[in-house]
Structures are given as C-alpha cells and as structure tokens.
Design a protein. Structure first.
Length: 164
C-alpha cells in the first residue's frame, strides 16, 4: 500500500493528462450508470479533492441521494489507467460554483477549458443548469501502461485507513 503523499501527485498527473473519465453512480435499486465527465483535481500536499462541473440532472441527483459515492476511471490508448473511488457532495451555492468555474477556466492544460462553451451554461456559474460535485477519494489506483511484453511502471494503490 502506498501513502497518499506518494500516489496523489502521480494520480493527478495521469488524470489531468487523460482529461476525460468514466464516472459511475448507482441508483436506489443498485443499478449502475456511467457517464463521461471532466474532473479537475487539487492536491495541496495533504488533501486530494476532485471537482466536476455538471448539469444537475434528476438521474444524477437521485443516484447520489441514494448512494453519495462515485467511481472515477481514466484510460488512454497507451493503457495508462487510474481510478478513484470517492465520496461525493453537491454544491449549488454561488460562491462555490463561481470558484469551480474559475478552476476550470484557469486550470492547467489540457484539463483547462472555458465552461461558457457549454450552451446550457451560457449564463455563467449561477445558471440553474450548472452545479458542482466535490469528490473526496477514499481509494486510488494508478497503473502505468503496458506493452505486450512488459509493464512500464509500478502499480500504486492507496486506501484511506479511516475510510471504506
């Protein structure tokens, strides 16, 4: 098991280089649903948090009300993969939405983008169709890509000892 201080920077580097992630939720009957989303991650040397700018659809709201957790999985054609299992919290207050809007608008390339390009968000971060999910990982995995003959790097895993 790797310490968070060792795996978090590797996770953020890989996740931000891949950009898009499959994010799975589970409904009240235990049925999963995945969607492709664009998280941005922050590592301050102690804590790792992810942020997702998203439309607060009734399905997402219902799933996260039943099970406030997501599984986030990244993959690229070089077979680099990383994943995070996270507790999730909705944020709909104007201050947080504006701050996360700015995180995406000014974030590092290639994860940076202008959220106003999304037609539903043309009214900015206070749009009714703009909400924020805050991700708090309790398990991480980083696995560098492989070739047909050999692994190109060490698999790193971390689980919060006080978490799940």
């Amino acid at each position: 098991m790797t310490a968070l201080e060792e795996i978090a920077p590797a996770f953020v580097d890989m996740a931000h280089s891949i950009v898009w992630a499959s994010v799975a939720t589970v409904d009240g009957d235990g049925r999963p649903r995945t969607r492709i989303l664009h998280p941005i991650w922050e590592w301050d040397g102690t804590d790792l948090f992810g942020w997702i700018a998203t439309v607060p659809t009734p399905i997402k709201r219902a799933h996260l009300a039943a099970h406030p957790e997501v599984s986030v999985s990244y993959w690229t054609t070089t077979h680099d993969t990383c994943s995070a299992e996270c507790l999730v919290e909705w944020y709909t207050d104007d201050e947080t939405r504006a701050a996360v809007w700015e995180k995406f608008a000014t974030g590092p390339a290639p994860v940076r983008y202008d959220p106003s390009i999304i037609p539903m968000w043309k009214d900015g971060p206070t749009s009714d169709d703009f909400a924020v999910l805050r991700l708090q990982p309790y398990r991480l995995r980083v696995m560098p890509g492989t070739t047909m003959t050999a692994a190109t790097g060490e698999v790193l895993t971390w689980s919060d000892p006080g978490g799940r």
